[in-house]
Design a binder for this molecule. Structure first.
Ligand SMILES: *[C@@H]1O[C@H](CO)[C@@H](O)[C@H](O)[C@H]1NC(C)=O
Ligand SMILES: *[C@@H]1O[C@H](CO)[C@@H](O)[C@H](O)[C@H]1NC(C)=O
Ligand SMILES: *[C@@H]1O[C@H](CO)[C@@H](O)[C@H](O)[C@H]1NC(C)=O
Ligand SMILES: *[C@@H]1O[C@H](CO)[C@@H](O)[C@H](O)[C@H]1NC(C)=O
Ligand SMILES: *[C@@H]1O[C@H](CO)[C@@H](O)[C@H](O)[C@H]1NC(C)=O
Ligand SMILES: *[C@@H]1O[C@H](CO)[C@@H](O)[C@H](O)[C@H]1NC(C)=O
Ligand SMILES: *[C@@H]1O[C@H](CO)[C@@H](O)[C@H](O)[C@H]1NC(C)=O
Length: 472
């Protein structure tokens, strides 16, 4: 069952210099960076992860209707965009970081572990502590690659197909090794600009605390160049749901964020582009942003903002980075399915709990274990120091609402960082993280907040703790 993999692009530029001077400089804290891009498109017929209704679900769910790769979902019928996996590898002395992005709904922890094993098998120095996996949150990316039974049955991802999971893990492993082998002395810079008007807060209609423009406008950009000033990579970090395409789309797509990446590549001059989503739990693309899809009207606005921000950054060869990572057990869920919490739910909604509860008159608190949903997430913090300015990038294992994002940014500044990049949808996928006020208000994001009213506090505390490990 050897996976068929097509590796598209590899390294930019020549192999690292091996001169004595280089070796001496190496001891001297030289920053090395390498990037790689792998076409990780899975075979036709893979279920598309993201929606559990409409055309995505089999007509008589939960009665299965099996195909080669699907059980509770319908098979995909084509490919609009390839599923890409990209890696930025960084090394300075013995410190390493492997930042991996994927066109996918969520960052499954099991997939990440398999990918690290595959990377190591191919000779990589990557470890669980040094690899971060960031899902774009496209709602039309590959399913069947996560063992979490809750997502499988929802059905938002469908049942695990080990063959597909392995194929994707190998692609991620390849991207890691290729990026590592492509490392050259590099310069790096980070900045944040503001990008209003392309997103909206979708809870504005149910939450008295929110307006449509209660969004997170922060557009973080990490610029990586070689020492001649040639672009190696551009990471952009922004809060936006990958929901331009709805459940009626049956073709693999990287959605709006992929549209922006394609545009950036077409324009050139930015190296390999990588997207890291942020606190997008309640942030949708604005309707005008999606218009014209797959030539999204909003894509040029976003791409231009990224290019402008990148240009303004002065990358430094004297940049340094540090990384810390730890697993934080959340324990079984506190999934309160008391009917009061589902007052306004519509059937066909999240996990269809509403229909289910009407039938069985739910009034219970479900304590689901790790076979249902991941419950021991890995939090990773990367600190970048550029010209005396300190940036924290911190991972969050699911979908933070923008209010939680604001809290984590404030905590980061409190710790002494000059700026904070929120890496949502990273390392694991544990649903939404609604803040207590939004949890009480209810609605979709609240119902999919699985550890009760304190869920967002658990995430916030873990972000602060891991951030503190790289500040001192
Ligand atoms: C990416 O891989 C898929 C599946 O193997 C293939 O159909 C597609 O042509 C590839 N894309 C490119 C640009 O090579
Ligand atoms: C089962 O799936 C096949 C292929 O997707 C479809 O043609 C057929 O109508 C489905 N049957 C039922 C009963 O849903
Ligand atoms: C892993 O590290 C060792 C020791 O620094 C090095 O020789 C090897 O090339 C590295 N692996 C890759 C894939 O770069
Ligand atoms: C956002 O859009 C509104 C309405 O189109 C416009 O009035 C406003 O100036 C825009 N804001 C920014 C910062 O571009
Ligand atoms: C469940 O939700 C209801 C309604 O919001 C609340 O009264 C109850 O205290 C909650 N139970 C738990 C265990 O959180
Ligand atoms: C290099 O960076 C360090 C730490 O940020 C700083 O102390 C030092 O002054 C920088 N050196 C140069 C030449 O910019
Ligand atoms: C249900 O909807 C009503 C009317 O829109 C609103 O007042 C109430 O707060 C909602 N309840 C929940 C739990 O969302």
């Amino acid at each position: 069952m050897a996976p068929r993999l097509v590796v598209v692009a590899v390294l930019l530029l020549a192999a690292p210099l091996c001169s004595l001077a280089q070796a001496v400089k190496d001891d001297d804290n030289t920053l090395y960076a390498g990037v790689a891009h792998v076409n990780a498109t899975l075979p036709l017929g893979v279920p598309l992860a993201g929606y559990n209704h409409g055309d995505r679900r089999v007509p008589y769910w939960p009665i299965p209707n099996n195909t080669a790769y699907t059980t509770f979902m319908t098979p995909s019928v084509g490919v609009m965009d390839d599923t890409n996996v990209r890696c930025l590898a960084l090394r300075q002395g013995n410190t390493r970081a492997f930042i991996v992005t994927a066109d996918a709904i969520g960052a499954d922890g099991t997939l990440r572990k398999l990918a690290v094993v595959e990377a190591q098998r191919m000779g990589s120095n990557a470890t669980l502590e040094t690899v971060t996996l960031h899902a774009s949150h496209s709602h039309s990316g590959p399913g069947a690659v996560s063992p979490s039974f809750l997502w499988a049955m929802a059905p938002a991802t469908d049942l695990l197909v080990p063959e597909l999971q392995f194929q994707l893990a190998v692609s991620i492993g390849q991207a890691i090794v290729m990026a590592e082998k492509a490392m050259v002395p590099a310069s790096l810079g980070v900045d944040i600009s503001l990008l209003p008007n392309v997103t909206v807060n979708r809870r504005a209609k149910i939450s008295p605390y929110l307006q449509p423009d209660s969004i997170d406008p922060n557009l973080g950009v990490i610029r990586v160049d070689d020492l001649k000033g040639n672009p190696l990579a551009t990471i952009w970090n922004f809060a936006i749901h990958g929901t331009c395409f709805g459940p009626d789309n049956m073709k693999v797509s990287s959605d709006i964020m992929g549209g922006v990446n394609n545009l950036l590549v077409k324009n050139g001059g930015v190296g390999v582009t990588m997207f890291i989503n942020a606190d997008a739990g309640d942030i949708d693309p604005a309707p005008q942003t999606c218009q014209g899809k797959p030539n999204y009207n909003g894509a040029p606005t976003i791409a231009n903002a990224i290019i402008k921000t990148r240009k303004a950054i002065k990358p430094s060869a004297n940049a340094t980075f540090r990384i810390a990572s730890e697993v934080v057990p959340f324990g079984p869920t506190n999934l309160n399915v008391t009917l009061q919490r589902f007052e306004n739910c519509t059937s066909g909604g999240p996990l269809d709990i509403c229909t289910l509860c009407e039938v069985i008159h739910c009034d219970l608190n479900l304590h689901l274990g790790s076979s249902w949903i991941e419950n021991a997430p890995r939090f990773t913090a990367i600190r970048f120091d550029v010209d005396g300015s300190k940036t924290l990038m911190v991972t969050m294992p699911g979908e933070p609402l923008s209010e939680l994002g604001t809290e984590v940014r404030i905590d980061g500044v409190g710790l002494g960082f000059d700026r904070v990049l929120l890496a949502g949808y990273s390392n694991n996928h544990m649903g939404y993280f609604a803040t207590p006020d939004e949890y009480d208000i209810g609605g979709y994001e609240s119902q999919l907040t699985f550890w009760g009213i304190d869920t967002s506090k658990k995430v916030r505390d873990a972000c602060r703790n891991i951030g503190a490990k790289v500040i001192n």
